[in-house]
Each structure stands twice: as C-alpha cells, then as structure tokens.
Design a protein around this ligand. Structure first.
Ligand SMILES: Cc1ncc(COP(=O)(O)O)c(C=O)c1O
Length: 443
C-alpha cells in the first residue's frame, strides 16, 4: 500500500496531512536534513516561496515575534540560479511559449526514436546562434562536458588516429564541469572526488591561464591528446578571467597539435559575459562548445553540445542519446530561450549593467583597499575577492546580504560572486551594490 497522500496546490499542497504553507523555515530545514541527501548547505532561515518579477524573489524568514510562523520578504536575486535564468524569472516570451505549446500545440513528450517537428526548429535556432555546424541536445548542464569528453575520445581515435584507449583529455586546474563521474574525475577539488574513485583515466590537468604549461604538455603528449576541455572563464572557481591573449594563443596551439578546443560555456554562455558566448569576446572559435543553464530559459533543464561537422559527425546510433534530450517541450523552450537572447539583446544588457556593477565594486575596492583584494568579471559574471583574514568571510557576507534583501553567495572562503539576471534594472544593480558596500563597511 502506498504510504503517501497528496492533495491541493501551492501553499495548500498537503502531503500526508502536512500543508506546505504551514511550514516554517526551521521545519523545512528539518525535513530536508532528515529526508534529503545533505549534499548542499543552503543559507539558513530562508525559504523561497515564489518570484515577484524577473529579479525579485519572495522569501520566507522566521517571524521574530512568533517562532511558529514566518514573514515574507523581497530578495533581489543576485545569482539567478548560477546563470540559469539569464532571461529573467518567468520571462514572458518563454512562459507564453510553454503555455501555448502545452495547451494549443499539444506535444509535450515523444522519444527520439520518432521524429517530432520541433527538433528542426531547435536545430536551426541553435546552429544559427552558435555558428556551429551541428548540435546535439541534452538535459543537465553536466551532460554537455560529459558528451564533449566522449566526442573528444572518439574523434581522437577515429579522426586523429590516437592508438586505442590511449586518448588524453586535458582540463584546467580549478575547473568545475559538474558532478558526474567524468566531471569529478576532471576536478582537483577533493570535496568533489574523494572516495568516488577510481577516477576516469586519461585526464591531465594543466594550470589555467598558463600558456607555457599548456605548450609543454602538448609538446610532450600532443600526439595522444584529443582535446583541451576548459571553461572560457572559470565560474565556480570564483570568476577567474584569463589574460586577454590567452585564448588566441590556446586556439593556435590546439590547431598546431591537432587538438580540439572544447569550451564549457554552461555558465558563460547565453549572453552572460557580454557576448552571446564568452569565446566571442576573444575572437576564437572552439571546435566544440557545451551549453546548459540559460539554454533552458530558466524554466527547464536544457543543455546541448554544438560543434564542428567532423567532430559531432563521429556519433552513430546507439553511441549517444537520452530520453529527454531534445524532447518537444525542451526543444521549444530552448528555441525561445535563444529567441530572447537575440531579440532582447541580452549580451548588450550584460555589458551595460556589468560595467555599472564592476564600476561600483571597483569604487568599493578603492574605498576599502584593506578589505577588498580584487574585482573580477566580464559582463554580468562578476565577483569580488576579499583579503585572506578570518573577519573577511564570504559566508558571513552572504548572510549579511540576505538581511539587506540581497541574495548572493560566496564561492570559496573569501570570494562573493554576483551574477544576476541579464534583464536586471540599473536601479536593482545599485541596490545590490549599496547592500554589498554597506556589509563590507561593517567587516
Ligand atoms: C562550467 C559548468 N559546467 C557544467 C556545470 C554543471 O551544470 P549542471 O549543474 O546543470 O549539471 C556547471 C554548473 O555550475 C558549470 O558552471
């Protein structure tokens, strides 16, 4: 007999007699800790209920006068789900497309073993916006680097002529490509890989933004290296932006050694850095590119790999696929996510608002040079790093920002990343910057 009864919607959604709208932040935490995987440490005492507009969350916090209830407050969303919501929460074009697709077009789900008409739309839109020959749809962000890894190896054997099972994929130290077994094998962060071994073999790590290190690795092992799989800007590492001349030099080296440049643009794509895709900022063209996050317009998980004809051309039936990769609703959402990126000039908006935010952070660094060590970013992928001192604690800053109605989150001990929706207003950027500055002042 099923041990569950589910009724109602929204706050009236009731599971086994427990009504969602009655739960306090503390009760949410208990349920998550008791029944979840404990693989996250979210900010405490705050639960998001819904969104108010494209950059404003409505969050529940403990009621200081009554511990059995909560209050609701607005939060400016300074993270937009780690760049999954570049188009803004509930983007009207995308929501309208989803609603009309389900209610009028009526084609939610069919498998890839039968053609559906929206695949053609998605493929034309995605090859058009990326300027790539072919595109393979996937679902979660991590599946993009995962597929680029597979493509690299198969291309290495079948096209480059690397001896069987000897292919090497080079990745950068400090990388983040997700949480699959391949992604954590690429990682040099023990939290990500410890006790999940043995790691996937055939991986070499090289220092990021160090062209000489890459050159000497290519010189030593280039005949067995299939690809350099790397983020154009390292997001999770704390918004690490390489030198201006790094990417042109990397692209030239890859060409010289017949090594694929496979860029993970899951976080940097879709306008985030002030160009539709970050590699366009330095005028290089990768052989493969993985996208995710905002490819799903902030409403669905959608990812894809775009690439050169001869690289994606190594795929054969049975070698790759997934039930929901490119299913009709996903294909429609991705198509409209691209439409909004282009029609609403999101990259230009990221540049304008990014200049504003980075300008404010630079002002803060001048005002508090003993606290703020560096300001980094491109477009609206920004971060500031504090000096290494116990009082200058990124988690403390995130918690204090929450008090001031801003959601942003530290990466590592002393870096705070701010990457709001690209639709954010100039006024909201100023409110984020004001809040950050007033928190830094108190440290
Ligand atoms: C560069 C990069 N690649 C891959 C991923 C994984 O995406 P997902 O968490 O959707 O699987 C992320 C997520 O932050 C990312 O930043």
């Amino acid at each position: 007999m099923a041990n569950v009864s589910i009724t109602g919607f929204g706050d009236n959604l009731t599971i086994n007699g427990v009504r969602l709208g009655d739960l306090t932040p503390a009760q949410h935490e208990i349920i998550e800790k008791e029944k979840g995987g404990n693989n996250y440490s979210p900010l405490e005492n705050v639960v998001v209920s819904h969104v108010k507009d494209s950059s404003t969350l409505i969050a529940r916090k403990p009621n200081p006068d009554d511990i059995s209830s909560y209050i609701e407050e607005e939060l400016i969303d300074g993270l937009c789900c780690y760049s999954a919501v570049n188009q803004g929460q509930l983007n009207q074009t995308i929501v309208d497309a989803v609603v009309s697709h389900l209610s009028e077009e009526k084609l939610p789900t069919v498998p890839r073993s039968i053609r559906h008409k929206y695949m053609a739309a998605f493929l034309m839109a995605a090859t058009g916006v990326t300027g790539m020959d072919r595109v393979v749809p996937k679902v979660a962000g991590v599946e993009a680097p995962e597929l680029m890894f597979k493509l690299s190896r198969r291309w290495g054997y079948r096209v480059k002529g690397i001896p069987k099972d000897e292919a090497i994929v080079v990745a950068a130290k400090g990388n983040f490509h997700g949480r699959s077994m391949t992604a954590v094998s690429l990682s040099d962060d023990p939290d990500a890989y410890e006790d999940f071994g043995p790691k996937v073999p055939g991986i070499e790590l090289v220092e990021y933004n160090n062209i000489e290190a890459l050159r000497s690795l290519f010189e030593e092992k280039g005949d067995r290296i299939a690809s350099y799989l790397v983020e154009p800007i390292q997001g999770e590492a704390g918004v690490i932006v390489p030198d201006e001349d790094y990417w042109p030099q990397v692209a030239a080296l890859c060409k010289e050694y017949n090594i694929l440049l496979a860029l993970d643009e899951v976080q940097t794509g879709f306008g985030r850095t002030g160009a539709n895709f970050a590699h366009q900022l330095s005028g290089v063209k990768p052989d493969l590119m993985g996208c995710g996050k905002a490819a799903g317009g902030g409403v669905l998980p959608v990812s894809f790999v775009a690439g050169r004809n001869d690289v994606i051309g190594v795929l054969t039936p049975g070698s790759e696929g997934s039930t929901f990769g490119g299913y009709p609703l996903g294909a429609v959402v991705a198509t409209y996510a691209i439409k909004v990126l282009v029609d609403d000039r999101l990259a230009d908006k990221a540049r304008e608002r990014g200049d504003q935010l980075i300008g404010r952070f630079n002002g803060m660094k001048e005002r508090f040079p003993d606290k703020v060590k560096s300001v980094r970013g491109k477009g609206l992928l920004t971060a500031f790093e504090m000096h290494d001192a116990p009082a200058l604690d990124g988690h403390h800053v995130s918690v204090a920002l929450l008090e001031k109605g801003v959601y942003a989150k530290e990466t590592h001990h002393s870096t705070v990343r701010v990457a709001p929706a690209l639709t954010i207003s100039a006024d909201q950027i100023d409110r984020i910057a004001d809040a950050v500055e007033s928190v830094i002042e108190t440290l």
